[in-house]
Structure formats: C-alpha cells, structure tokens
Design a protein around this ligand. Structure first.
Ligand SMILES: Cc1cc2nc3c(=O)[nH]c(=O)nc-3n(C[C@H](O)[C@H](O)[C@H](O)COP(=O)(O)O)c2cc1C
Length: 150
C-alpha cells in the first residue's frame, strides 16, 4: 500500500517515532513517503489514498511549527478530502491538561471536517508516563493497517 506519512515535530520526538514507523511500514512491504515540511500543494492530497499523521503538540494545544503551513491551508482552503483514509498517532503531555494532545486533535478535527475518514482509534502518547512512544506506535500499526486493508 502507498502511505503518505505526515510528521509534525517540534523537538524531534515525533520525528523519531515517524522514522521508526516509516521503517516498520517499509519492512512490511508498504511504500511510504514521509513529509516533515512543505505546504499543502506539495502533499498532492488529491492523488492520495492512505494517510498517517504522527504529530506532537506545542504551545498550548498547537500543531508543531513544521505542520502549521499545511494545517492553516487546510483550514483556509477547505479542500474536499472525502477520498482519504487516515490514522493519527498523537504525542503530548497530560500536564498540559486541557490542551493535552491539542496538536493531533486539531489535525484530526480538520481532516474529519473535510470529509476524510479516520479508519481506527487515534493513538495518544503521553510523554509523562511513556518512555517508549516508538514501541507503542509500532505496536499500534497493525490496527491501522488492518483497518486500511479490511
Ligand atoms: C513548549 C512546549 C509546549 C508544549 N505544549 C503542549 C501542549 O499544549 N499539550 C500537550 O499535550 N503537550 C505539550 N507539550 C509536550 C510535547 O508535545 C511532548 O513533549 C512531545 O513528546 C514533544 O514531541 P516533539 O519533540 O516531536 O515536538 C509541549 C512541549 C513543549 C516543549
């Protein structure tokens, strides 16, 4: 399967998870394009099918800066994404209370509003009590893949 992997990361944690997720998917025979910057046009969403978002949270519930141009353009341009199927691995820290995992929640929210279909439950990773987000993300992948393929 061809999967567009969109990674939002401020300090590198989510990028590390994204790198490992990419390796795991590729070793399972999938074709993965991983995006860590660029704008909405460069994603070519009109020609995609499966998307996986791995993103952390910054500020007070905000998407990381590298994802901001894409997120803002989705909000402003509101393209029809009803052909897309996606999953989300979100990272945050529950000490931020109400803004816990606000980054992934925002991305999930706009994708849903634009008609894309989340294929399985989002994996939220709390930095406070999770020293191995990479292992948790890898363990979640079969759920995402089964939902895409099923
Ligand atoms: C300046 C700053 C602001 C943050 N704000 C939030 C937040 O509002 N909500 C949340 O759940 N986590 C927040 N976090 C926690 C990060 O999302 C978490 O540590 C994550 O693992 C960082 O991943 P990254 O290095 O890929 O950005 C914040 C972290 C920093 C350093």
């Amino acid at each position: 399967m061809e999967i567009l992997l969109i990674v939002g990361s401020e300090m590198g944690n989510a990028e590390m998870v994204g790198d490992l997720v990419k390796d795991e998917l590729e070793s399972g025979g999938h074709e993965v394009e991983m995006i860590t910057d660029g704008d909405l046009d460069s994603l070519g969403l009109a020609d995609r099918d499966a998307v996986l978002v791995v993103t952390s949270t910054t500020g007070l519930g905000d998407v990381p800066q590298n994802l901001e141009p894409i997120y803002d353009a989705l909000v402003e341009e509101r393209p029809d994404l009803s052909h897309l199927r996606y999953g989300v691995v979100g990272m945050g820290d529950r000490n931020y209370k109400d803004s816990y995992c606000g980054g992934p929640r925002k991305v999930d929210g706009i994708l849903e509003q634009l008609g894309a279909r989340r294929v399985c439950e989002t994996l939220l990773l709390d930095a406070t009590d999770n020293p191995t987000p990479d292992e948790d993300a890898i363990a979640w992948l079969p759920t995402y893949l089964a939902a895409l393929e099923g």
